[in-house]
Design a protein around this ligand. Structure first.
Ligand code: AMP
Ligand code: GLY
Length: 423
């Protein structure tokens, strides 16, 4: 089979490494990929949102199956366009991808189907939004309706911050048309757990739960980032939390999407907060998480391509999906200064024996050398029998991968391990 993966980060690298385990895979293309992914797939310089060029490439190359891994192309309808020329895809169509594409849709959807989430109000004009935040309970959270590169949710600890957030999104149009509408929601507390689930629209198979570390610095200090590290399984997802999440959130969501005439096929991401009243949805994503995928897929014992094809073909219930009992930890090596200003162009050294443990996100090939080209440069993943072992292994690898200017958090998994000890 000739496969095409759309995207170009650490998540796509993890997906590609796993797909390569399937013997029927002849060739994998990645659009656009990156310098590190180029070691495992043929990278093609087509942007992940250039849908006409993606469709054209698939037709000319005789692609048998496409894995649309990134949110933007899914929300724009990449799957619909590829299906029109007869290319089957992993990932939801445009109608189903709206679960991530519009916060207003997802909040109204959860309300309609009684799926636990933060209380909220929707606003379509700045004046009424400002009036509301001048009197609402603080802290509060202001969210742009549409996609905003993961930066569209502003947690406001003071009233001034909330007023500023509404102004930035609705008046200054910081996220363009994505901020034409906003959601202002109740501030929730509790640890966060990401549950990714395979689904063919009917059958749902949750993967190992994981926890991301979004802040830039140790102790959850500093700015929000695209994710500085992950652990799986997440100790916060206790048996009770799992039971409640499955019964009140995960199964009802997939059933309700079908009932809405928007059956979801692919990987549905449940961003949960384990609040004192139980798990509630923080957000849905219509794709694998990044860097959650980097810890979840190394624990998958079954064949990824077989599972993906089953989500497309609607026979997920017939395919084995098994995870190991072990644990995994991903530590992201970033460029010093990320998520603000940072320098690029430094050579990356990865010892040969670690090449399978490294998932590259922001690097390019330059004169035969791999050099940094982004803020989050790569993730190193350690696995083990349990979380302490996985964390220790990941850090021992992190010390051996190097580039000038590298920065990583030293406490990935620390809080969760403490919670585990406390029981
Ligand atoms: P989102 O883009 O919706 O995932 O939000 C980004 C981050 O903001 C989440 O991972 C949470 O840490 C935080 N967040 C979002 N919504 C809420 C909420 N209602 N209460 C508390 N924190 C939130
Ligand atoms: N790790 C957060 C996300 O993938 O959206």
């Amino acid at each position: 089979m000739k496969i095409m993966v759309i995207g170009g980060g650490g998540r796509e690298h993890a997906i590609i490494k796993k797909l390569r385990e399937n013997k029927t895979v002849e060739k994998i293309f990645c659009l656009p990929g990156n310098g590190g992914i180029a070691l495992d797939a043929e990278c093609v310089p087509i942007g992940s949102t250039d849908i006409p060029a993606i469709v054209d490439f698939a037709a000319k190359t005789g692609i048998d199956y496409a894995v649309v891994a990134q949110d933007d192309p899914l929300i724009l309808g990449c799957v619909d366009e590829l299906n029109k020329i007869g290319v089957p895809c992993f990932g939801p169509d445009k109608k189903a991808a709206i679960i991530e594409g519009s916060k207003v849709f997802s909040k109204n959807f959860m309300k309609k189907y009684n799926i636990p989430t933060a209380e909220y109000e929707v606003f379509e004009d700045a004046k009424s939004a400002l009036e509301y935040v001048k009197a609402c309970k603080i802290p509060t959270v202001v969210k742009a309706d549409g996609p905003a590169l993961g930066k569209g949710a502003l947690v406001c600890m003071t009233r001034d911050e909330a007023i500023e957030a509404v102004r930035e999104i609705m008046e200054d149009k910081k996220f363009g048309a994505s901020g034409d509408k906003i959601v202002v929601e109740e501030f929730m507390t509790g640890p966060e757990v990401s549950v990714l689930a395979f689904t063919d629209g009917e059958t749902v198979i949750p993967m190992v739960p994981s926890t991301d570390h979004k802040r830039a610095h140790d102790g959850d200090e500093g700015l929000n980032t695209g994710g500085m590290g992950t652990i799986a399984p997440s100790p916060y997802y206790t048996k009770d939390a799992e039971k409640a999440a499955l019964e009140k959130i995960i199964y009802p969501t997939v059933r309700a999407m079908k009932a809405e005439g928007r059956p979801f096929k692919g990987c549905l991401y449940f961003g949960l907060m384990i609040t004192p009243e139980g798990p509630k949805v923080v957000e849905y994503n219509c794709r694998f998480g990044d860097p959650e995928t980097q810890v979840v897929l190394p624990l998958l014992k079954s064949d990824l391509l077989d599972i993906m094809l089953a989500t497309t073909n609607g026979n997920l219930k017939d395919v084995p999906v098994e995870f190991s009992d072990g644990a995994a930890c991903c530590v992201i090596l970033a460029s010093s200064g990320y998520p603000e200003k940072y320098e690029k162009g430094f050579e990356i050294t990865i010892p040969d024996e670690l090449s399978d443990k490294v998932y590259v996100a922001g690097a390019k090939k330059e004169n035969g050398r791999l050099v940094t080209s982004g803020g989050r440069v790569l993730g190193v993943v350690g696995t083990g029998h349990d979380l302490p072992e996985a964390v220790k292994t990941a850090y021992s690898y992190a010390e051996r991968v190097s580039f000038e200017n590298a920065y990583y958090r030293k406490d990935i998994g620390k809080k969760a391990l403490e919670a585990l000890k406390e029981g």
